[in-house]
Design a protein around this ligand. Structure first.
Ligand code: AMP
Ligand code: FE
Ligand code: FE
Ligand code: ZN
Length: 286
């Protein structure tokens, strides 16, 4: 029986495939369930709904939200929310605005380093998708400053100067509140090499529902460690390939390979449905 991939990207953010292409590829790989988790947008998910249904592929609503956490950023995956929720739409519109403002600052920092790049070029490279560093990386490749997107991150886009840029992203409590009120569930994305045990303790204290235990950046021991952490805290186990297509990250070969068992998808849906029942109960009482 086909498995699940709850972490994928499309051209609505920094992926190479359109939503339709991704659904067809998922089908070809024999997946039963996917979630499209573009950065701070659900446009890819919305665009995939019909084609997924026609192909008998289970598609969960999903998004990977960049949240502010003191002076750091954390990627929070959200699933199975009401995609028509107006507070969610407001939040995502603000996130998109924050991305555009941040990219303008990134471009200025690069210009100061003597790089001939402008915001319009990066915007054009995003092809209407939610703008991010991978689009700037593509421009640096095209202009011959670096030979690959990875090199662009190592030499320029992963620097402290860029990491320290102040953003207008939402904070974690806001993200958690909006997603939960929309009936969704939250999972800490790819914690593997990013967070210490005390970081994790703090992140879990915000009331997330799950941990992304399965991810291409996690080796067997990492996967086991986070799965045990999830079980000990009665949290969901989520996972996926973080597929972006060929040109952006190293995770391309893992699509259809790094997968999640369907029992975890069922548990996720149950958590969301219980949450929705509670929300309904409260609104009836009003
Ligand atoms: P942003 O959302 O603008 O902060 O960009 C983050 C995205 O850049 C991640 O989701 C990845 O897709 C990509 N990324 C981050 N680090 C690297 C890297 N070292 N090499 C290639 N892509 C990366
Ligand atoms: Fe990405
Ligand atoms: Fe991420
Ligand atoms: Zn991702």
């Amino acid at each position: 029986m086909g498995k699940a991939d709850l972490h994928t990207h499309t051209t609505a953010s920094d992926g190479d495939l359109t939503a339709t292409e991704l659904v067809l590829k998922a089908k070809e790989k024999g997946l039963k369930t996917i979630a499209i988790t573009d950065h701070d947008t659900i446009k890819g998910y919305l665009a995939a709904k019909d084609i997924a249904e026609k192909n008998g592929l289970q598609l969960l609503s999903g998004v990977e939200i960049t949240a502010k956490w003191s002076d750091r950023e954390v990627h929070i995956l959200a699933y199975h929310f009401d995609s028509a929720d107006s507070r969610l739409h407001n939040l995502l519109n603000n996130q998109a605005k924050a991305r555009r403002l941040r990219m303008k600052v990134i471009v200025r920092k690069l210009q100061k380093q003597g790089i001939a790049i402008d915001y319009e070029e990066v915007l054009a490279e995003s092809y209407g998708g939610n703008i991010g560093r991978p689009h700037a990386a593509q421009v640096l490749v095209q202009k011959g400053y670096v030979r690959s997107v990875q090199e662009a991150f190592i030499r320029y886009l992963g620097s402290d100067v860029i990491k320290n840029i102040q953003t207008e992203y939402a904070d974690i409590p806001t993200v958690a509140d909006v997603i939960k009120q929309a009936g969704g569930v939250l999972s800490v994305a790819h914690p593997g090499h990013l967070y210490s045990d005390s970081d994790m303790e703090q992140l879990l204290s915000f009331g997330v529902d799950g941990i992304e235990c399965i991810h291409p950046s996690h080796n067997f021991d990492t996967q086991k460690k986070f799965s045990q952490m999830a079980k000990a805290n009665h949290l969901l186990i989520t996972g996926g390939s973080d597929f972006h297509g060929k040109s952006k990250t190293d995770y391309d070969p893992y699509f259809g390979i790094v997968t999640l068992g369907n029992q975890h998808v069922d548990a996720l849906i149950r958590t969301s449905e219980n949450r929705r029942l509670t929300l309904k109960k409260y609104s009836y009482n009003e």
